[in-house]
Design a protein around this ligand. Sequence first.
Ligand code: HEM
Length: 536
Amino acid sequence: MVYGESINKSHCNASIELWSCYYTTIYHQVGCCLLICFYKPKIESHMMMEYLSLDVNHYATVIMAGVAALLAVIYLRNKRDNLPPGPFAFPIVGHLPQIILSGSVVNFCQKYKKIYGDVFTMRMGGYPRVVISGYDAMHQLLIASADHTSSRAITFTKYIKSRSERGLFFAHPSDWKAIRTFSLLTLRDRGMGRAAFEPEIVEEIEKYIEHYIEPSAGKPLDMYSNLPKATANVVSQLLFAKRFDYEDEAFTAITDVLNSAINGGLKFRMLTNLPLIGNIFPSVRKQRRNFLGIAMPVIKKCIEERKQQLDTNNPQCLVDQYLLSSDEMKFLTAENAAQLCFQLYAAGTETTSTTLRWALLYLCKNTDVLEKVQKEIDDNVGQRSTTYKDHLNMPYTDAVLTETQRLSNIVNSSLPHNAEKDIYVGGKLIPAESDLLMNMASVLYDPEVFEEPEKFKPERYLTGDITLKKKKTIPFGIGRRACLGESLAKVELFLFFVNFLQKYNIHLPEGSKVTTEPVVSVISAPKSYGIIFTPR
Ligand code: HEM
Protein backbone atom coordinates (compact mmCIF):
# COMPACT_ATOMS: atom_id res chain seq x y z
CA MET A 1 0.00 0.00 0.00
CA VAL A 2 1.15 3.57 -0.62
CA TYR A 3 0.73 6.78 1.37
CA GLY A 4 -2.77 8.09 1.15
CA GLU A 5 -4.68 5.07 -0.03
CA SER A 6 -7.94 4.99 1.89
CA ILE A 7 -10.80 2.55 2.24
CA ASN A 8 -14.06 2.55 4.12
CA LYS A 9 -14.27 0.88 7.48
CA SER A 10 -16.97 -1.69 8.10
CA HIS A 11 -18.32 -2.00 11.61
CA CYS A 12 -19.27 -5.33 13.06
CA ASN A 13 -21.17 -4.89 16.29
CA ALA A 14 -21.93 -8.59 16.63
CA SER A 15 -18.28 -9.55 16.65
CA ILE A 16 -17.48 -6.77 19.13
CA GLU A 17 -20.11 -8.16 21.48
CA LEU A 18 -18.62 -11.62 21.06
CA TRP A 19 -15.19 -10.30 21.93
CA SER A 20 -16.59 -8.54 24.98
CA CYS A 21 -18.01 -11.82 26.29
CA TYR A 22 -14.73 -13.52 25.58
CA TYR A 23 -12.74 -10.89 27.44
CA THR A 24 -15.07 -10.93 30.39
CA THR A 25 -14.59 -14.67 30.73
CA ILE A 26 -10.82 -14.48 30.43
CA TYR A 27 -10.59 -11.59 32.88
CA HIS A 28 -12.73 -13.64 35.27
CA GLN A 29 -10.38 -16.62 34.97
CA VAL A 30 -7.29 -14.45 35.39
CA GLY A 31 -8.84 -12.74 38.41
CA CYS A 32 -9.58 -16.09 40.03
CA CYS A 33 -6.06 -17.39 39.36
CA LEU A 34 -4.48 -14.32 40.90
CA LEU A 35 -6.80 -14.46 43.89
CA ILE A 36 -5.76 -18.03 44.50
CA CYS A 37 -2.08 -17.17 44.25
CA PHE A 38 -2.21 -14.37 46.75
CA TYR A 39 -4.91 -15.53 49.15
CA LYS A 40 -4.41 -19.27 49.01
CA PRO A 41 -4.43 -19.91 52.76
CA LYS A 42 -7.72 -18.08 53.20
CA ILE A 43 -9.59 -19.58 50.30
CA GLU A 44 -8.29 -23.10 50.23
CA SER A 45 -11.70 -24.54 50.77
CA HIS A 46 -13.50 -21.90 48.86
CA MET A 47 -15.95 -22.89 46.16
CA MET A 48 -13.81 -21.10 43.60
CA MET A 49 -11.35 -23.95 43.86
CA GLU A 50 -14.01 -26.38 42.87
CA TYR A 51 -15.16 -24.10 40.13
CA LEU A 52 -11.70 -23.96 38.64
CA SER A 53 -10.80 -27.54 39.59
CA LEU A 54 -7.25 -26.45 40.35
CA ASP A 55 -4.75 -28.00 42.70
CA VAL A 56 -3.69 -25.11 44.90
CA ASN A 57 -0.27 -26.59 45.49
CA HIS A 58 0.63 -26.09 41.88
CA TYR A 59 1.41 -22.42 42.18
CA ALA A 60 3.61 -22.36 39.13
CA THR A 61 0.86 -23.76 36.92
CA VAL A 62 -1.61 -21.25 38.23
CA ILE A 63 0.73 -18.32 37.75
CA MET A 64 1.67 -19.42 34.26
CA ALA A 65 -1.96 -19.91 33.32
CA GLY A 66 -2.75 -16.46 34.69
CA VAL A 67 0.06 -14.79 32.81
CA ALA A 68 -0.76 -16.65 29.60
CA ALA A 69 -4.41 -15.67 29.85
CA LEU A 70 -3.44 -12.07 30.53
CA LEU A 71 -1.16 -12.00 27.50
CA ALA A 72 -3.91 -13.55 25.42
CA VAL A 73 -6.32 -10.83 26.52
CA ILE A 74 -3.85 -8.12 25.57
CA TYR A 75 -3.02 -9.76 22.27
CA LEU A 76 -6.66 -10.24 21.32
CA ARG A 77 -7.59 -6.74 22.40
CA ASN A 78 -4.86 -5.21 20.23
CA LYS A 79 -5.82 -7.46 17.31
CA ARG A 80 -9.48 -6.50 17.60
CA ASP A 81 -8.65 -2.82 17.30
CA ASN A 82 -6.88 -3.46 14.01
CA LEU A 83 -4.48 -0.70 14.98
CA PRO A 84 -0.87 -0.52 13.82
CA PRO A 85 1.46 -2.61 15.96
CA GLY A 86 3.19 -1.04 18.92
CA PRO A 87 4.97 -2.02 22.10
CA PHE A 88 3.39 -4.30 24.70
CA ALA A 89 0.59 -2.43 26.51
CA PHE A 90 -0.57 -3.25 30.05
CA PRO A 91 -4.28 -3.54 30.79
CA ILE A 92 -5.90 -0.40 32.20
CA VAL A 93 -2.75 1.75 32.36
CA GLY A 94 -1.56 1.00 28.83
CA HIS A 95 1.97 2.28 28.18
CA LEU A 96 2.10 4.40 31.30
CA PRO A 97 4.85 2.24 32.89
CA GLN A 98 7.02 2.50 29.76
CA ILE A 99 6.37 6.24 29.54
CA ILE A 100 7.45 6.67 33.15
CA LEU A 101 10.53 4.52 32.53
CA SER A 102 11.41 6.45 29.37
CA GLY A 103 11.21 9.70 31.33
CA SER A 104 8.53 11.36 29.18
CA VAL A 105 6.03 10.86 26.37
CA VAL A 106 8.53 12.49 24.02
CA ASN A 107 11.28 9.98 24.88
CA PHE A 108 8.80 7.11 24.69
CA CYS A 109 7.68 8.09 21.17
CA GLN A 110 11.25 8.63 19.99
CA LYS A 111 12.36 5.30 21.43
CA TYR A 112 9.61 3.17 19.91
CA LYS A 113 9.67 5.02 16.58
CA LYS A 114 13.08 3.40 16.08
CA ILE A 115 11.50 -0.06 16.51
CA TYR A 116 8.04 0.34 14.95
CA GLY A 117 8.65 3.11 12.41
CA ASP A 118 6.63 6.23 11.58
CA VAL A 119 3.27 4.74 12.57
CA PHE A 120 2.66 2.78 15.77
CA THR A 121 0.06 2.49 18.49
CA MET A 122 0.46 3.86 21.97
CA ARG A 123 -2.07 3.46 24.75
CA MET A 124 -2.65 6.12 27.34
CA GLY A 125 -4.81 4.31 29.83
CA GLY A 126 -7.52 2.52 27.95
CA TYR A 127 -7.32 4.85 24.96
CA PRO A 128 -5.20 4.01 21.96
CA ARG A 129 -3.52 6.73 19.94
CA VAL A 130 -1.64 6.25 16.71
CA VAL A 131 1.73 7.96 16.99
CA ILE A 132 2.82 9.66 13.77
CA SER A 133 6.49 10.42 13.25
CA GLY A 134 8.41 12.14 10.49
CA TYR A 135 7.53 15.06 8.26
CA ASP A 136 6.33 12.93 5.32
CA ALA A 137 3.81 10.96 7.38
CA MET A 138 2.53 14.15 9.05
CA HIS A 139 2.27 15.91 5.70
CA GLN A 140 0.43 12.93 4.26
CA LEU A 141 -2.13 12.98 7.06
CA LEU A 142 -2.55 16.64 7.92
CA ILE A 143 -2.21 18.17 4.47
CA ALA A 144 -2.80 15.56 1.74
CA SER A 145 -5.60 13.84 3.74
CA ALA A 146 -6.77 16.99 5.54
CA ASP A 147 -10.41 16.34 4.57
CA HIS A 148 -10.36 13.29 6.84
CA THR A 149 -8.01 14.30 9.66
CA SER A 150 -9.09 17.79 10.65
CA SER A 151 -11.31 16.85 13.56
CA ARG A 152 -10.00 16.56 17.09
CA ALA A 153 -9.24 13.33 18.94
CA ILE A 154 -12.23 11.46 20.35
CA THR A 155 -10.45 11.29 23.71
CA PHE A 156 -10.61 15.10 23.71
CA THR A 157 -14.16 15.54 22.58
CA LYS A 158 -16.01 12.66 24.23
CA TYR A 159 -16.35 14.56 27.52
CA ILE A 160 -17.97 17.53 25.83
CA LYS A 161 -21.27 16.08 24.81
CA SER A 162 -22.95 19.31 23.82
CA ARG A 163 -21.90 20.64 20.45
CA SER A 164 -22.53 24.16 21.68
CA GLU A 165 -19.88 23.98 24.39
CA ARG A 166 -16.86 23.06 22.36
CA GLY A 167 -15.38 26.40 21.37
CA LEU A 168 -12.74 26.09 18.66
CA PHE A 169 -10.34 23.44 19.97
CA PHE A 170 -13.02 20.77 20.21
CA ALA A 171 -15.46 22.14 17.63
CA HIS A 172 -17.73 19.70 15.85
CA PRO A 173 -16.25 19.19 12.36
CA SER A 174 -19.19 20.94 10.72
CA ASP A 175 -18.86 24.02 12.98
CA TRP A 176 -15.08 24.23 13.10
CA LYS A 177 -14.47 26.05 9.83
CA ALA A 178 -16.91 28.86 10.58
CA ILE A 179 -15.62 29.32 14.15
CA ARG A 180 -12.00 29.34 13.00
CA THR A 181 -12.72 31.79 10.16
CA PHE A 182 -14.63 34.08 12.50
CA SER A 183 -11.82 33.98 15.11
CA LEU A 184 -9.05 34.52 12.58
CA LEU A 185 -10.74 37.38 10.74
CA THR A 186 -11.81 39.11 13.93
CA LEU A 187 -8.43 38.81 15.61
CA ARG A 188 -6.66 40.05 12.48
CA ASP A 189 -9.12 42.88 12.25
CA ARG A 190 -8.26 43.81 15.85
CA GLY A 191 -4.56 43.80 14.91
CA MET A 192 -3.29 40.27 15.56
CA GLY A 193 0.08 39.92 13.85
CA ARG A 194 -0.15 43.47 12.48
CA ALA A 195 1.88 46.57 13.17
CA ALA A 196 -1.23 48.38 14.45
CA PHE A 197 -1.30 46.16 17.54
CA GLU A 198 2.42 46.41 18.35
CA PRO A 199 2.19 49.49 20.59
CA GLU A 200 -0.15 47.56 22.91
CA ILE A 201 2.32 44.67 23.13
CA VAL A 202 5.21 47.07 23.80
CA GLU A 203 3.14 48.80 26.50
CA GLU A 204 2.57 45.43 28.16
CA ILE A 205 6.31 44.67 28.05
CA GLU A 206 7.06 48.02 29.69
CA LYS A 207 4.51 47.30 32.41
CA TYR A 208 6.07 43.87 33.01
CA ILE A 209 9.55 45.37 33.28
CA GLU A 210 8.31 48.06 35.66
CA HIS A 211 6.33 45.63 37.82
CA TYR A 212 8.63 42.60 37.97
CA ILE A 213 12.09 43.17 36.52
CA GLU A 214 12.93 46.58 38.01
CA PRO A 215 11.92 45.61 41.57
CA SER A 216 13.95 42.39 41.33
CA ALA A 217 17.00 44.74 41.49
CA GLY A 218 19.71 42.24 40.69
CA LYS A 219 18.08 39.37 42.64
CA PRO A 220 16.99 36.18 40.82
CA LEU A 221 13.55 36.56 39.24
CA ASP A 222 11.56 33.39 38.54
CA MET A 223 9.33 34.22 35.57
CA TYR A 224 7.39 30.94 35.75
CA SER A 225 4.17 32.35 37.16
CA ASN A 226 4.41 36.05 36.30
CA LEU A 227 5.44 36.14 32.63
CA PRO A 228 2.19 34.32 31.63
CA LYS A 229 0.34 37.32 33.07
CA ALA A 230 1.96 39.59 30.49
CA THR A 231 1.20 37.25 27.57
CA ALA A 232 -2.33 36.69 28.92
CA ASN A 233 -2.89 40.45 28.89
CA VAL A 234 -1.86 40.61 25.22
CA VAL A 235 -4.58 38.08 24.34
CA SER A 236 -7.02 39.77 26.70
CA GLN A 237 -6.64 43.02 24.73
CA LEU A 238 -7.68 41.20 21.56
CA LEU A 239 -10.59 39.38 23.18
CA PHE A 240 -11.99 41.93 25.63
CA ALA A 241 -10.18 45.19 24.84
CA LYS A 242 -8.87 45.25 28.38
CA ARG A 243 -5.77 44.40 30.36
CA PHE A 244 -5.80 43.21 33.95
CA ASP A 245 -3.79 44.62 36.78
CA TYR A 246 -1.09 42.07 37.68
CA GLU A 247 -2.36 41.93 41.27
CA ASP A 248 -6.01 41.44 40.29
CA GLU A 249 -7.26 38.40 42.22
CA ALA A 250 -9.44 36.89 39.49
CA PHE A 251 -6.68 37.40 36.92
CA THR A 252 -4.10 35.77 39.19
CA ALA A 253 -6.48 32.85 39.81
CA ILE A 254 -7.07 32.19 36.13
CA THR A 255 -3.38 32.41 35.15
CA ASP A 256 -2.42 30.18 38.11
CA VAL A 257 -5.01 27.56 37.13
CA LEU A 258 -3.77 27.54 33.54
CA ASN A 259 -0.18 27.45 34.67
CA SER A 260 -0.60 24.49 36.97
CA ALA A 261 -2.85 22.60 34.56
CA ILE A 262 -0.68 23.01 31.49
CA ASN A 263 2.52 22.33 33.41
CA GLY A 264 0.79 19.74 35.59
CA GLY A 265 2.51 16.75 34.01
CA LEU A 266 0.98 13.42 34.63
CA LYS A 267 -1.89 14.89 36.62
CA PHE A 268 -3.24 16.80 33.65
CA ARG A 269 -2.72 13.95 31.23
CA MET A 270 -4.79 11.83 33.61
CA LEU A 271 -7.71 14.19 33.12
CA THR A 272 -7.98 13.27 29.48
CA ASN A 273 -6.33 9.88 29.29
CA LEU A 274 -6.95 8.05 32.52
CA PRO A 275 -10.26 9.42 33.73
CA LEU A 276 -11.06 6.37 35.85
CA ILE A 277 -7.72 6.25 37.65
CA GLY A 278 -7.48 10.03 37.69
CA ASN A 279 -10.76 10.27 39.56
CA ILE A 280 -9.27 8.31 42.47
CA PHE A 281 -6.89 11.17 43.27
CA PRO A 282 -8.46 14.19 44.98
CA SER A 283 -5.80 16.52 43.53
CA VAL A 284 -6.67 15.42 39.98
CA ARG A 285 -10.38 15.86 40.68
CA LYS A 286 -9.65 19.30 42.08
CA GLN A 287 -7.66 20.23 38.97
CA ARG A 288 -10.55 19.17 36.76
CA ARG A 289 -12.97 21.30 38.80
CA ASN A 290 -10.66 24.29 38.95
CA PHE A 291 -9.75 24.30 35.32
CA LEU A 292 -13.15 25.48 34.16
CA GLY A 293 -14.67 26.28 37.56
CA ILE A 294 -12.29 29.16 38.22
CA ALA A 295 -11.61 30.25 34.68
CA MET A 296 -15.07 30.40 33.13
CA PRO A 297 -16.71 32.85 35.57
CA VAL A 298 -13.87 35.33 34.93
CA ILE A 299 -14.28 34.96 31.16
CA LYS A 300 -18.08 35.30 31.39
CA LYS A 301 -17.74 38.42 33.51
CA CYS A 302 -15.48 39.98 30.85
CA ILE A 303 -18.08 39.17 28.17
CA GLU A 304 -20.82 40.70 30.33
CA GLU A 305 -18.74 43.88 30.74
CA ARG A 306 -18.40 44.16 26.96
CA LYS A 307 -22.17 43.86 26.61
CA GLN A 308 -22.58 46.90 28.85
CA GLN A 309 -19.96 48.93 26.97
CA LEU A 310 -20.83 47.84 23.44
CA ASP A 311 -20.65 50.60 20.83
CA THR A 312 -22.37 49.13 17.77
CA ASN A 313 -20.49 51.47 15.42
CA ASN A 314 -17.09 50.81 16.88
CA PRO A 315 -16.37 47.19 17.82
CA GLN A 316 -13.16 47.02 19.85
CA CYS A 317 -12.46 43.33 20.27
CA LEU A 318 -13.46 39.77 19.38
CA VAL A 319 -16.30 39.75 21.91
CA ASP A 320 -17.79 42.97 20.49
CA GLN A 321 -17.68 41.43 17.05
CA TYR A 322 -19.38 38.30 18.35
CA LEU A 323 -22.10 40.32 20.09
CA LEU A 324 -22.77 42.19 16.87
CA SER A 325 -22.77 39.20 14.56
CA SER A 326 -24.28 36.52 16.73
CA ASP A 327 -27.57 36.47 14.80
CA GLU A 328 -25.85 35.01 11.74
CA MET A 329 -23.72 32.69 13.84
CA LYS A 330 -26.40 30.65 15.51
CA PHE A 331 -24.03 27.82 16.47
CA LEU A 332 -21.99 30.23 18.53
CA THR A 333 -24.16 30.17 21.64
CA ALA A 334 -23.21 32.30 24.65
CA GLU A 335 -21.63 29.21 26.23
CA ASN A 336 -19.70 28.42 23.07
CA ALA A 337 -18.46 32.01 22.77
CA ALA A 338 -17.20 31.85 26.36
CA GLN A 339 -15.45 28.56 25.61
CA LEU A 340 -13.88 30.05 22.49
CA CYS A 341 -12.56 33.03 24.49
CA PHE A 342 -11.18 30.76 27.21
CA GLN A 343 -9.46 28.52 24.68
CA LEU A 344 -7.85 31.45 22.85
CA TYR A 345 -6.80 32.85 26.19
CA ALA A 346 -5.33 29.50 27.28
CA ALA A 347 -3.64 28.82 23.91
CA GLY A 348 -1.95 32.20 23.82
CA THR A 349 -0.74 32.46 27.40
CA GLU A 350 1.55 29.58 28.45
CA THR A 351 2.88 28.85 24.97
CA THR A 352 4.47 32.24 24.34
CA SER A 353 5.69 32.80 27.90
CA THR A 354 7.25 29.31 28.08
CA THR A 355 9.06 29.83 24.75
CA LEU A 356 10.46 33.11 26.10
CA ARG A 357 11.64 31.41 29.28
CA TRP A 358 13.42 28.82 27.13
CA ALA A 359 15.05 31.52 24.99
CA LEU A 360 16.42 33.35 28.04
CA LEU A 361 17.67 30.11 29.59
CA TYR A 362 19.47 29.05 26.39
CA LEU A 363 21.14 32.46 26.27
CA CYS A 364 22.27 32.28 29.90
CA LYS A 365 23.84 28.91 29.03
CA ASN A 366 25.37 30.21 25.77
CA THR A 367 26.85 33.61 26.56
CA ASP A 368 28.52 33.90 23.15
CA VAL A 369 25.05 33.79 21.57
CA LEU A 370 23.79 36.39 24.06
CA GLU A 371 26.62 38.75 23.07
CA LYS A 372 25.88 38.35 19.35
CA VAL A 373 22.16 39.02 19.85
CA GLN A 374 22.86 42.14 21.91
CA LYS A 375 25.30 43.41 19.30
CA GLU A 376 22.71 42.95 16.58
CA ILE A 377 20.14 44.79 18.70
CA ASP A 378 22.56 47.64 19.36
CA ASP A 379 23.47 47.91 15.67
CA ASN A 380 19.91 47.87 14.39
CA VAL A 381 17.67 49.24 17.12
CA GLY A 382 19.97 51.13 19.48
CA GLN A 383 18.00 53.00 22.12
CA ARG A 384 14.82 53.51 20.11
CA SER A 385 11.64 51.45 20.45
CA THR A 386 11.67 48.10 18.61
CA THR A 387 9.15 47.17 15.95
CA TYR A 388 8.55 43.73 14.46
CA LYS A 389 9.78 45.07 11.12
CA ASP A 390 13.28 45.18 12.65
CA HIS A 391 13.44 41.39 12.45
CA LEU A 392 14.03 41.72 8.70
CA ASN A 393 17.44 43.24 9.44
CA MET A 394 18.22 40.96 12.37
CA PRO A 395 18.78 37.46 10.95
CA TYR A 396 20.81 36.27 13.93
CA THR A 397 18.13 37.19 16.49
CA ASP A 398 15.56 35.57 14.23
CA ALA A 399 17.70 32.41 14.05
CA VAL A 400 17.99 32.34 17.87
CA LEU A 401 14.20 32.44 18.26
CA THR A 402 13.66 29.82 15.55
CA GLU A 403 16.27 27.55 17.16
CA THR A 404 14.62 28.09 20.54
CA GLN A 405 11.29 26.94 19.14
CA ARG A 406 12.88 23.92 17.47
CA LEU A 407 14.89 22.70 20.42
CA SER A 408 12.34 23.43 23.15
CA ASN A 409 9.60 21.59 21.19
CA ILE A 410 7.05 22.99 23.60
CA VAL A 411 3.82 21.61 22.11
CA ASN A 412 5.49 18.20 22.04
CA SER A 413 2.52 16.13 20.80
CA SER A 414 0.72 18.94 18.98
CA LEU A 415 -3.03 18.70 19.64
CA PRO A 416 -4.43 15.25 18.85
CA HIS A 417 -6.40 14.80 15.64
CA ASN A 418 -8.81 12.06 14.59
CA ALA A 419 -8.89 10.01 11.39
CA GLU A 420 -12.44 9.99 10.09
CA LYS A 421 -11.72 7.30 7.46
CA ASP A 422 -9.32 4.41 7.07
CA ILE A 423 -6.03 5.80 5.80
CA TYR A 424 -2.87 3.95 4.79
CA VAL A 425 0.36 5.67 5.73
CA GLY A 426 3.65 4.08 4.75
CA GLY A 427 1.85 0.78 4.16
CA LYS A 428 0.21 0.72 7.59
CA LEU A 429 -3.52 0.97 8.09
CA ILE A 430 -4.75 3.71 10.38
CA PRO A 431 -8.35 2.61 10.98
CA ALA A 432 -11.19 5.11 10.92
CA GLU A 433 -11.84 6.81 14.28
CA SER A 434 -8.23 6.44 15.40
CA ASP A 435 -6.87 9.30 17.45
CA LEU A 436 -3.61 10.65 16.06
CA LEU A 437 -0.73 11.97 18.12
CA MET A 438 2.07 13.86 16.38
CA ASN A 439 5.58 13.02 17.57
CA MET A 440 6.89 16.54 16.96
CA ALA A 441 10.41 15.64 18.12
CA SER A 442 10.76 13.26 15.19
CA VAL A 443 10.64 16.25 12.84
CA LEU A 444 12.25 18.95 14.98
CA TYR A 445 15.15 16.68 15.97
CA ASP A 446 15.53 14.91 12.62
CA PRO A 447 19.29 14.30 12.35
CA GLU A 448 19.02 14.16 8.55
CA VAL A 449 18.01 17.81 8.55
CA PHE A 450 19.45 19.19 11.78
CA GLU A 451 23.03 18.26 12.52
CA GLU A 452 23.53 17.52 16.23
CA PRO A 453 19.82 18.09 16.81
CA GLU A 454 20.08 18.04 20.63
CA LYS A 455 22.35 21.10 20.63
CA PHE A 456 21.42 24.78 20.67
CA LYS A 457 22.96 26.06 17.43
CA PRO A 458 21.21 29.13 15.99
CA GLU A 459 23.81 29.36 13.17
CA ARG A 460 22.19 26.32 11.55
CA TYR A 461 19.51 28.68 10.21
CA LEU A 462 22.11 30.91 8.57
CA THR A 463 24.04 28.34 6.53
CA GLY A 464 23.34 25.30 4.34
CA ASP A 465 19.87 24.51 3.04
CA ILE A 466 18.03 27.15 5.09
CA THR A 467 14.77 26.71 3.17
CA LEU A 468 14.62 22.99 4.00
CA LYS A 469 15.46 23.59 7.67
CA LYS A 470 12.77 26.26 7.99
CA LYS A 471 10.23 24.02 6.25
CA LYS A 472 10.93 21.27 8.78
CA THR A 473 10.77 23.61 11.77
CA ILE A 474 7.08 23.17 12.60
CA PRO A 475 6.46 24.24 16.22
CA PHE A 476 3.02 25.58 15.23
CA GLY A 477 1.96 22.36 13.51
CA ILE A 478 0.95 22.03 9.86
CA GLY A 479 -2.28 21.80 7.90
CA ARG A 480 -5.73 23.24 8.38
CA ARG A 481 -5.67 23.11 12.15
CA ALA A 482 -2.18 24.53 12.55
CA CYS A 483 -1.85 27.21 15.21
CA LEU A 484 -4.27 30.08 14.75
CA GLY A 485 -2.07 32.46 16.73
CA GLU A 486 1.24 31.90 14.91
CA SER A 487 1.54 35.45 13.61
CA LEU A 488 0.74 36.92 17.03
CA ALA A 489 3.17 34.56 18.78
CA LYS A 490 6.03 35.49 16.42
CA VAL A 491 5.53 39.23 16.97
CA GLU A 492 5.27 38.76 20.74
CA LEU A 493 8.37 36.56 20.95
CA PHE A 494 10.46 39.05 18.99
CA LEU A 495 9.27 42.15 20.84
CA PHE A 496 9.57 40.68 24.37
CA PHE A 497 12.97 39.14 23.63
CA VAL A 498 14.50 42.22 22.02
CA ASN A 499 13.10 44.60 24.62
CA PHE A 500 14.51 42.53 27.50
CA LEU A 501 17.96 42.21 25.96
CA GLN A 502 18.09 45.78 24.74
CA LYS A 503 17.72 46.99 28.31
CA TYR A 504 19.27 44.22 30.41
CA ASN A 505 22.16 41.83 30.72
CA ILE A 506 21.02 38.44 31.95
CA HIS A 507 22.71 35.65 33.85
CA LEU A 508 21.92 32.76 36.19
CA PRO A 509 22.69 33.13 39.89
CA GLU A 510 26.12 31.90 41.03
CA GLY A 511 26.02 28.12 41.48
CA SER A 512 22.63 27.69 39.75
CA LYS A 513 22.15 24.03 38.89
CA VAL A 514 19.29 24.48 36.44
CA THR A 515 19.68 22.35 33.32
CA THR A 516 17.95 22.46 29.96
CA GLU A 517 16.26 19.12 30.68
CA PRO A 518 12.53 19.84 30.11
CA VAL A 519 9.59 19.15 32.38
CA VAL A 520 7.33 17.37 29.91
CA SER A 521 3.61 17.81 30.28
CA VAL A 522 1.01 19.12 27.84
CA ILE A 523 3.86 21.45 26.98
CA SER A 524 7.58 20.99 27.53
CA ALA A 525 8.78 23.70 29.89
CA PRO A 526 12.10 24.54 31.49
CA LYS A 527 12.40 23.75 35.19
CA SER A 528 11.63 26.68 37.41
CA TYR A 529 14.73 28.90 37.54
CA GLY A 530 15.74 32.37 38.69
CA ILE A 531 17.37 34.83 36.31
CA ILE A 532 19.28 37.97 37.22
CA PHE A 533 18.59 41.11 35.18
CA THR A 534 21.16 43.91 35.41
CA PRO A 535 20.56 47.17 33.51
CA ARG A 536 22.90 47.64 30.52
C1 HEM B 1 4.97 29.93 20.82
C2 HEM B 1 3.69 29.95 20.79
C3 HEM B 1 2.76 28.91 20.24
C4 HEM B 1 3.00 27.62 19.80
C5 HEM B 1 4.33 26.89 19.75
C6 HEM B 1 1.73 27.07 19.38
C7 HEM B 1 1.57 25.79 18.86
C8 HEM B 1 0.35 25.25 18.49
C9 HEM B 1 0.17 23.91 17.99
C10 HEM B 1 1.27 22.89 17.77
C11 HEM B 1 -1.15 23.75 17.74
C12 HEM B 1 -1.85 22.47 17.26
C13 HEM B 1 -1.86 22.35 15.75
C14 HEM B 1 -2.62 21.11 15.29
O1 HEM B 1 -3.60 20.72 15.90
O2 HEM B 1 -2.23 20.51 14.30
C15 HEM B 1 -1.82 24.98 18.09
C16 HEM B 1 -3.17 25.19 17.97
C17 HEM B 1 -3.78 26.37 18.30
N1 HEM B 1 -3.19 27.53 18.73
FE1 HEM B 1 -1.21 27.81 19.07
N2 HEM B 1 0.75 28.00 19.58
C18 HEM B 1 1.33 29.14 20.08
C19 HEM B 1 0.70 30.34 20.39
C20 HEM B 1 -0.63 30.61 20.19
C21 HEM B 1 -1.27 31.89 20.39
C22 HEM B 1 -0.56 33.17 20.83
C23 HEM B 1 -2.60 31.72 20.11
C24 HEM B 1 -3.75 32.70 20.13
C25 HEM B 1 -4.02 33.61 20.90
C26 HEM B 1 -2.79 30.34 19.72
C27 HEM B 1 -3.99 29.78 19.37
C28 HEM B 1 -4.16 28.48 18.93
C29 HEM B 1 -5.46 27.91 18.60
C30 HEM B 1 -6.80 28.60 18.72
C31 HEM B 1 -5.23 26.60 18.19
C32 HEM B 1 -6.26 25.56 17.76
C33 HEM B 1 -6.58 25.72 16.29
C34 HEM B 1 -7.68 24.79 15.82
O3 HEM B 1 -8.06 23.88 16.55
O4 HEM B 1 -8.14 24.97 14.70
N3 HEM B 1 -1.58 29.70 19.78
N4 HEM B 1 -0.87 25.88 18.53
